[in-house]
Design a protein around this ligand. Structure first.
Ligand SMILES: Nc1ncnc2c1ncn2[C@@H]1O[C@H](COP(=O)(O)OP(=O)(O)OP(=O)(O)O)[C@@H](O)[C@H]1O
Ligand SMILES: O=C(CO)[C@H](O)[C@H](O)COP(=O)(O)O
Length: 427
């Protein structure tokens, strides 16, 4: 008898979710199921609506930030926590934006631009505008990867400004989608196992842009200012700024038509790294010393926020003294509960910078829930990448901590999937 019903394996993050209709010689309702592991077909099995066990799977992490806000640096720290270096796909397009390591594949969401550089110019839209991006394809491909299916992903070429022929992306253990819009589309957002937003204040963003684009790319101060200003309205509308719904409704009574954008992404992030000018130097405008906050949402599955000294208390700590060398303006930590866009959060804050990275172990030993595998792992990671931007301040420290938390999350999800029986049901 020919069996036409397609069955799927009901499971979040499953990599063995492909089933095909088949004929059975006994005439009973059996289904042939192909098991996939890291995109490779591994075994076949037969199901009668029974129980299937699958292990492994792709977990998906979203990293949102504006251009030039430290995403690449963060990715390098993250892949290092997993013990490997990330490289562009071997033998592929030299302008590919993808980075692959043993465990992680980082894809850049710029690859889902639906309009190339000329197209955006003609239409009068920026790359931050959702109309310049293909969210349907983004959703379909991230979902396929999460389900263990390889995809042919487009490439946006930042050198030519054109859309290049696609590249093959196989499902990794950890898929990181980084860029402007990982949390913009609800369908994509719902696929994320964990999400991070790098929130760089305008003053600091400006200082970093100047440092990179003037020193390394030969841009003028005026052109950097102009590019930041030109991006600002769309950045506020679609990426970072939070709009007060009540205020917008009130305003819309008086102003018509209003371009109301209600999808700023940072409210959805499980962790936010907020980078602000220091408060240790009055009226500082150099942007070299930074105050960095790690805002961690409470109640996120497989994620327990880091704390300083005593969980849930409000702490202010100046660690400078016998065990930590500090020069002017010193270092100040703070920790405590707070709320962020109506969510309960824990916030760890560091203002200032380290003189001696090896002494970071003193700070590390006072932090808990850091998901390290051995004493001093944070300090070791920071020392290993002392040359990365932000290694002497809270940006590097908190990026490293988030990397460790992601490793922990991955291990917990993998363990829970390995032990959970999966039901095969009608699609
Ligand atoms: N934590 C930091 N402290 C100081 N400067 C930083 C930090 N992170 C990034 N920068 C500066 O910003 C520049 C951009 O960093 P990075 O390449 O990691 O950002 P990006 O978001 O990946 O950028 P893009 O999207 O443009 O490729 C760096 O060259 C450096 O000058
Ligand atoms: O905001 C950006 C994300 O990185 C870029 O500006 C966008 O991808 C367009 O790229 P390009 O300026 O190279 O045409």
């Amino acid at each position: 008898m020919a069996v036409s019903t397609v069955y799927t394996v009901q499971s979040l993050n499953s990599t063995c979710s492909i089933s095909t209709p088949t004929k059975t010689n006994l005439g009973i309702q059996q289904r042939q199921v192909l098991f996939f592991n890291a995109g490779k077909k591994t075994t076949r099995g037969r199901v009668r609506g029974g129980v299937i066990r699958c292990a492994g799977g792709t977990i998906v992490i979203g990293l949102a930030a504006d251009s030039g806000c430290g995403k690449s640096t963060f990715m390098r720290r993250l892949t290092s926590v997993f013990g490997g270096a990330a490289e562009p796909p071997k033998g592929g397009n030299p302008d590919s934006n993808t980075l692959i390591s043993d465990t992680t594949t980082v894809i850049c969401l710029d690859d889902y631009h639906s309009l190339d550089r000329t197209g955006r110019k003609v239409e009068g839209v920026t790359a931050l505008d959702p109309r310049a991006n293909n969210f349907d394809l983004m959703y379909e491909q991230v979902k396929a990867l999460k389900d263990g299916i390889a995809v042919e992903k487009p490439i946006y070429n930042h050198v030519s400004g054109l859309l290049d022929p696609p590249e093959l992306i196989k499902p990794p253990k950890i898929l990181v989608i980084e860029g402007l819009h990982p949390m913009y589309d609800q369908r994509v957002r719902d696929l994320l196992d964990f999400s991070i937003y790098l929130d760089i204040s305008n003053d600091v963003k400006f200082a970093w842009k100047i440092q990179r684009d003037m020193a390394e790319r030969g841009h003028s101060l005026e052109s950097i200012k102009a590019s930041i200003e030109a991006r600002k309205p769309d950045f506020d509308a679609y990426i970072g700024k939070h709009y007060d719904l009540k205020l917008l409704i009130m305003l819309s009574m008086f102003l018509t038509p209003v371009n109301i954008a209600l999808n700023p992404q940072k409210q959805y992030a499980d962790a936010v790294i907020e980078v602000l000018p220091t408060q240790l130097i009055p009226d500082d405008n150099e942007g070299k010393v930074l105050r960095v906050k790690l805002i961690m949402k409470e109640g996120v599955k497989y994620f327990s926020p880091v704390y300083l000294f005593d969980e849930g208390s409000t702490i202010s700590w100046i660690p400078c003294g016998r065990k930590l060398t500090c020069s002017y303006p010193g270092i100040k930590f703070a920790y405590g509960p707070d709320s962020y866009y109506d969510h309960e959060v824990s916030v760890l804050e560091m203002d200032g910078q380290f003189d001696r990275l090896d002494e970071l172990i003193y700070v590390e030993s006072h932090l808990s829930n850091i998901s390290t595998k051995f004493y001093g792992e944070i300090t070791q990671q920071m020392l290993k990448h002392a040359d990365f931007p932000g290694s002497n301040n809270g940006t590097g420290l908190f990026q490293t901590i988030v990397g460790l938390k992601i490793r922990d999350l991955f291990e917990q999800i993998t363990a829970s999937k390995a032990s959970a029986p999966l039901e095969a049901t009608k699609a």
